[in-house]
Design a protein around this ligand. Structure first.
Ligand code: ASP
Ligand code: MG
Length: 465
């Protein structure tokens, strides 16, 4: 079969009519170079998902501002239709469709206002409206320019469970539905990112920024040549350019490295995106809609060897560390598992764990918003160990930052962490905890937030240049 590409355009790539025109340029030139038309995945226009979620919260609390949000959305999309559609018939029927979708939204929000309740399930339904409209708009614009295109609602083809807010995909059923609907199309399919549905047809979402994940699910099911994530930066950078102005685009990076970087806060791709493509070895490209000729970043099974030990630096802001300390924990079997069970029981996600080798302390690190309830849960669940003095204290420290340095080349490099920590020491950055992944692909450490920039700049200077 001839090769086919998946092209995903995020909210910043479809933020207004001018950008949507650039998106169509890129898509149309792909239809000219490939025998099979691409499958395009689109996000809502920039800001729309946030507006929808805010409107839902307003309606729930009886605040009428949700009504002006609907008017604002109507205005925004009408403007785009006017600017993007020249054919009167296409334009009129598109406006009718947009209005009927927004009327439906209005009715749902009114319902939320009446019952003063917006469940996660209703929130999923509401937050997906932006993609439903943007896919229609972009498909219509491509058609208007003389290239066959069709909008596809992903709720017909992506099947999930009912874990609203971040539903899990049933890959077998989804794969079959996608192939049935999208294989062998002779037109460009413009698929809604982010949204899906349960077996009962209830709308779900794949989590915020989930459109990247939609693209990789489609790419895997359709055996695409590659998945392209079109965004507003030239690719994955060695560090956050707001901190390191001379950070540069990484040309090639392995799946594992990219997963670690996205997990540790590099914002270019949704952390789940690579999960479905890894098995098939399907390459993913990060490309810039505003600068389409730039080569971007290629993420694949193997990347060309690099002449530096560290591929990139990422960080997570606003974390807290819980220090569980006590001489009685030394050699106490099962203590780690009790700690993890307690933290999990409070619904908290542990981002990193560090254990002093004396076993004198175990320090889970989690997001600031979740830390208080995790620490309270630990004090309760471990009260027996606290009263028997096995555990001396459970302490919570806020205002911290996790910095992660990532690179395949770190494997087996003797002395690397020494060099890393002396670079930080030279910049007077105090390290509170350290963890190294057993794959030796990442070293992460905790510092006070106020040292974030110095730390990242020092590591970038010492190892990446
Ligand atoms: N529109 C959704 C969001 O803002 C999904 C996405 O853009 O990927 O989270
Ligand atoms: Mg995104």
């Amino acid at each position: 079969m001839d090769p086919m590409h998946i092209m995903k355009f995020g909210g910043s790539s479809v933020a207004d009519a001018g950008l949507i025109r650039s998106v169509a340029d890129i898509v149309i030139s792909r239809t000219e170079s490939d025998k099979r038309p691409p499958v395009v995945v689109v996000s809502a226009m920039k800001g729309v998902t946030d507006t929808l979620i805010t409107a839902a919260a307003a309606a729930e609390s009886g605040d009428h501002s949700y009504k002006s949000a609907i008017i604002e959305l109507k205005h925004k999309h009408h403007e785009a239709v006017k600017a993007l559609i020249t054919d009167n018939t296409i334009g009129v029927s598109l406006l009718i469709e947009v209005d009927s979708i927004l009327d439906e939204l209005g009715e749902i929000l009114h319902g939320v206002e009446l019952v003063r309740e917006c469940s996660l399930r209703t929130n999923d339904l509401i937050s997906g409206f932006g993609e439903r409209i943007s896919s229609l708009l972009i498909a219509a614009h491509i058609t208007d320019r003389g290239v066959k295109a069709e909008a596809v609602d992903a709720r017909e083809i992506i099947r999930t469970d009912d874990d609203h807010g971040q539903a899990a995909v049933d890959f077998d059923i989804t794969g079959n539905l996608i192939r049935k609907r999208l294989a062998d199309r002779d037109s460009v399919s413009v698929v809604t990112g982010f949204i899906a549905s349960t077996a009962e047809g209830v709308s779900t979402t794949l989590g915020r920024n989930g459109s990247d994940y939609t693209a990789s699910i489609l790419g895997t099911a359709l055996d695409a040549e590659s998945v392209e994530i079109w965004t507003d930066v030239d690719g994955i950078l060695t560090a956050d350019p707001r901190i390191v102005p001379d950070a540069w685009v990484i040309k090639e990076i392995s799946f594992q490295e990219a997963m670690e970087l996205s997990f540790f806060g590099a914002e270019v791709i949704h952390p789940y995106t690579l999960v479905p493509v890894i098995e098939k070895g399907l390459p993913v490209f990060i490309k810039n809609t505003l600068n389409p000729s730039a080569p971007g970043t290629r993420i694949a099974r193997t990347a060309a060897p690099k002449d530096r030990p560290i591929t990139g630096i990422a960080s997570i802001d606003n974390v807290s560390m819980i220090t569980i300390e006590g001489g009685g924990m030394v050699g106490m079997p099962g203590i780690a598992s009790r700690i993890f069970a307690s933290v999990a029981g409070s619904g908290t996600n542990i981002i990193m764990i560090s254990q002093a080798s004396s076993e004198h302390s175990i320090c889970p690190v989690c997001r600031h918003e979740e830390a208080r309830k995790a620490a309270d849960g630990l004090s309760k669940d471990l009260s027996d160990a606290i009263s028997s003095r096995m555990i001396r204290s459970i302490k919570l420290t806020d205002g911290l930052e996790i910095i992660a340095v990532i690179g395949e080349n770190m494997r087996g490099q003797v002395g690397l962490s020494g060099k890393l920590f002396s670079a930080l020491g030279d910049s007077d950055v105090n390290i509170l905890a350290i963890a190294q992944g057993s794959t030796e692909l990442n070293i992460s450490f905790v510092i006070e937030s106020k040292h974030k920039s110095e730390a990242i700049i020092a590591i970038h200077r010492a190892f990446i240049g």
